[in-house]
Design a protein around this ligand. Sequence first.
Ligand code: TIU
Length: 232
Amino acid sequence: MLNSAKSTKSVISAEPEPITLDWPATALLIIDMQRDFLEPGGFGETLGNDVSQLAGAVKPIGAVLTAARDTGMLVIHTREGHLPDLSDAPPAKVERGAPSLRIGDPGPMGRILIRGEAGHDIIPELYPLDSEIVIDKPGKGAFYATELGDVLEKYGIENLLVCGVTTEVCVNTTVREANDRGYRCVVISDGCASYFPEFHEMGLKMIKAQGGIFGWVASSAGVLEAMKVSTT
Ligand code: TIU
């Protein structure tokens, strides 16, 4: 029969316009869903933030993560944090502001934002499988001083479904880095969150404005719908 080969592409309903993704060339990138940002006593709270603002992103990410696992999509988790000796933590980052605890200080979940500590790990609801990739990053962007670019090249990835926290900080920085490197980014609107709801809204608007200057924005429902089509 002609045209019997299954298409590996489908269309995501997105803004500023629908986007067709080739699923084998697409990865799910989950940014910094760590206890340090989402739970009391971590880095986010030391900065004076209400960490409950981020809770709404967990379920939508969980739904997309489950679908990604079901379809065999490449899943990459990132974690922001520093080496125990702080050699990768710029003084400008450690010394800024007047937090209740600074990066490296002992807190209720271990040393703040330090690799290997309980607070640095990913929340139990979204915990990576052994088969999934975890990228440790010292900065906001997931490409800066990490192996992410090499990993994406190795797996032939051209498109990224991006979610995580926070919308205007690590998600936006990573999407901008990815955009400059030629990746199509679809940001999952309800799979991102900020301590500042208005920054979340603006962070998404900045991505999709001007014809999608940095990428596309879609709901988790829209992404899941398109992923369903990709497997039928
Ligand atoms: N403070 C804040 O909004 N974010 C961060 O410090 N890192 C991430 O966004 N992951």
